[in-house]
Design a protein around this ligand. Structure first.
Ligand code: E4P
Length: 219
């Protein structure tokens, strides 16, 4: 399972890229707004800065509600960077936009997916990846990871090559479970990436190795 960073924060992306564990980045209007980005011009500049840091796909979300607007925005975003995945919502207008943009050869991250049926529609329309939102389903008392597992299983059964991108990841266990469920990608906030690297026994082991080494050196 590949890991993407779910952030528009350039420092976090720089750090994740330095670790050599990040294959892509996902952004959305909320993540952009958290970085003080509130218009298309500054979103474009931020995305171009991210693209300078890594070759992998960078997901950039449209804000239009109608198909014509999404198509126009998607075509524009596709020109911003070498490896864009245009994020289109799982709505009727979104499926129309996905079918047009995918026929243009533009890669699509179908976002805000909360059901198997939305995933099936997106796959038919030509989504490159579909993003089931695990945490937001958990928030309303539905087991979000079950949706990931169900989409993975159906896509395998029907040999659908749309990737399953587990999104709305809220804690490290989500990441482990997404991998077990067979997700192709999980997109994780930086805080969770950092938590994934930590284990108290690793810290304790390093402390003991160092103490033994120093004891032997001073003997
Ligand atoms: C990523 O593509 C999604 O936009 C993101 O994971 C949503 O996460 P949230 O539900 O924590 O906002």
């Amino acid at each position: 399972m590949q890991l993407f960073l779910d952030t528009a924060n350039i420092q976090e992306i720089r750090e994740g890229v330095r670790w050599g564990v990040i294959s892509g980045v996902t952004t959305n209007p909320s993540l952009a707004a958290a970085e003080g980005i509130g218009d298309s011009g500054s979103y474009k500049a931020a995305v171009q800065e991210i693209a300078d840091l890594l070759d992998g796909p960078i997901s950039v979300e449209v804000v239009s509600q109608d198909a014509a607007g999404m198509i126009a925005e998607g075509r524009e975003i596709a020109e911003w960077i070498p490896n864009p995945w245009v994020k289109i919502p799982s709505t009727a207008a979104g499926f129309e936009a996905i079918s047009v943009l995918s026929r243009d050869g533009i890669k699509i991250n179908q976002t805000l997916c909360f059901s198997v049926n939305q995933a099936l529609l997106g796959a038919q329309a030509g989504s490159t990846a579909v993003s089931p939102f695990v945490g937001r389903l958990d928030d309303i008392g539905q087991e979000g990871m079950e949706l990931v597992a169900e989409i993975v299983s159906l896509f395998r059964d029907y040999q659908i090559d749309t990737k399953v991108l587990a999104a709305s990841i809220r804690h490290p266990l989500h990441c482990t479970l997404a991998a077990r469920a067979g997700a192709d990608i999980a997109t994780v906030p930086y805080k969770i990436l950092a938590q994934m690297a930590q284990h108290p026994l690793t810290d304790a082991g390093m402390t003991r190795f160092l103490a033994d080494w120093e004891k032997a050196g001073s003997a």
